[in-house]
Write a protein that binds this ligand. Structure first.
Ligand code: SF4
Ligand code: SF4
Length: 382
């Protein structure tokens, strides 16, 4: 998830950073107003059915402001898009309602509430790195696939150990995404996904497999996707690589088998993360923390017992291009309090950023002004 509302993310009192915030969120005397679009409100209520606070869904920001002023309510703002969230927050701040006092970011509220009230840790999204094998060689791939020093295929045993470790310590993952490279090229994909589904499907909102739309999945893969309730995310590179693109055929085959698909329209441009080509280095700690907070990276990656805050950081390590550093991951191989993991998920760490932020131009428009064309190829795919 993207945390827009919490700042100064250096660990000073690990395991207790959110105590004061949680006290406000759990105050049974508080009456709450929800602000967001109808879908976001519906999702919040669905995910928080056993939640005690009185919830009113205000129809507009103005209505919410009146309620806050007249009835002393507090606000849960559900906008996921950063600009909408910040516009709304600024309106309330002008009315004297301060962020993290009587105004809270919805996704942060949910996570904190679950951990402090129920001792349940629910992660928004976890990615699993399957393989560096790919049919394309995109110059600005966020996983640095063309730059891998050696081809990597994560062994089945290692994948199973990781998934056991993850779900042994986490109650729920809303979105579990398998990524590469190209997932359909992993030789044990079917056995692995069957294993995940058999053991953990009750702890997963949605299992997703990413593909670049250049490979028609086998009948066996399609059957597994149906059996294991997988959604296949197909990236649309039809304009970038028209000769290799099979998006429509992939979709038709999967949908004919009853498999859910989600076409990932990648917009007009990608962000150029800079690494490993640009080589610029940001060293000032204050600027690094600001860069990290602007980026507010949403994708975590789990590999080798380590929960990386940033999936690009994890890929750079897997590629052999960047050193593995203790400050850049949360170690699942040791015992920990769920409150520590909650803090890490929200961005807390020893540095207040990942060390990799110093060589990365950023993973969001707020942090990174450099754009490039989608899926530009370095050379012919292999
Ligand atoms: S298709 Fe391109 S962006 Fe996707 S993993 Fe392969 S090289 Fe990276
Ligand atoms: S700035 Fe780069 S390294 Fe840092 S969190 Fe964002 S994407 Fe990851």
């Amino acid at each position: 998830m993207r945390n827009y509302s919490m700042h100064d993310l250096v660990w000073k009192n690990r395991g207790h950073e959110l105590d004061a915030l949680a006290e406000k969120m759990l105050d049974t005397g508080t009456k709450w107003i929800l602000i967001g679009n109808p879908k976001e409100k519906e999702e919040f209520i669905r995910r928080t059915q056993d939640r005690p606070p009185v919830l009113d869904a205000a129809g507009s920001v103005k209505e919410a402001l009146d309620l806050v002023r007249e009835a002393g309510r507090s606000v849960i703002c559900l906008y996921k898009d950063r600009a909408s969230y910040e516009t709304c927050r600024d309106e309330f701040e002008r009315a004297g309602i301060r962020e993290n006092d009587r105004f809270f970011q919805g996704e942060v509220f949910q996570m904190v509430y679950d951990v402090y009230r129920y001792g349940r840790i629910k992660l928004d999204r976890v990615e699993i790195f399957m393989t560096s094998r790919c049919t394309l060689n995109c110059e600005k791939c966020v996983a640095y696939i063309p730059y891998f020093k050696d081809r990597v295929v994560t062994p089945l045993e290692s994948l199973k150990q990781d998934i056991d470790l993850l779900f042994g310590k986490v109650d729920y993952v809303f979105k579990l995404k398998l990524l590469g490279g190209e997932c359909f090229l992993h030789p044990d994909l079917i056995e692995y996904v069957d294993y995940i589904y058999e053991h953990y499907h009750e702890q997963i909102g949605s299992i997703r497999i990413g593909t670049n739309g250049t490979i028609l999945p086998s009948d066996e893969i399609a059957a597994m996707c149906l059996r294991d309730e997988v959604t296949v995310d197909i990236s649309d590179y039809s304009r970038a690589v028209p000769a290799l693109n099979k998006l429509e055929a992939v979709r038709e085959k999967l949908e004919a088998e009853g498999v859910r698909t989600d076409i990932k329209r990648t917009g007009e441009e990608w962000l150029d993360m800079g690494f490993p080509v640009v080589g610029s280095k940001l060293e000032d700690e204050t600027r690094l923390r600001a860069h990290f907070e602007k980026c507010a990276m949403f994708c975590r990656q789990f590999a080798d017992g380590r929960f990386f805050y940033c999936c690009s950081n994890c890929s750079a390590v897997k590629a052999g291009l960047y050193e593995l550093k203790e400050d850049d991951y949360f170690d699942f191989r040791r015992d920990f309090d769920p409150k520590e993991l909650l803090e890490y998920e929200l961005g807390y760490s020893r540095l207040g950023h990942t060390s990799f932020c110093s060589v990365c131009q950023g993973g969001s428009d707020e942090a990174n002004p450099y754009h490039v064309e989608i899926a530009r190829q370095m050379c012919r795919g292999t």
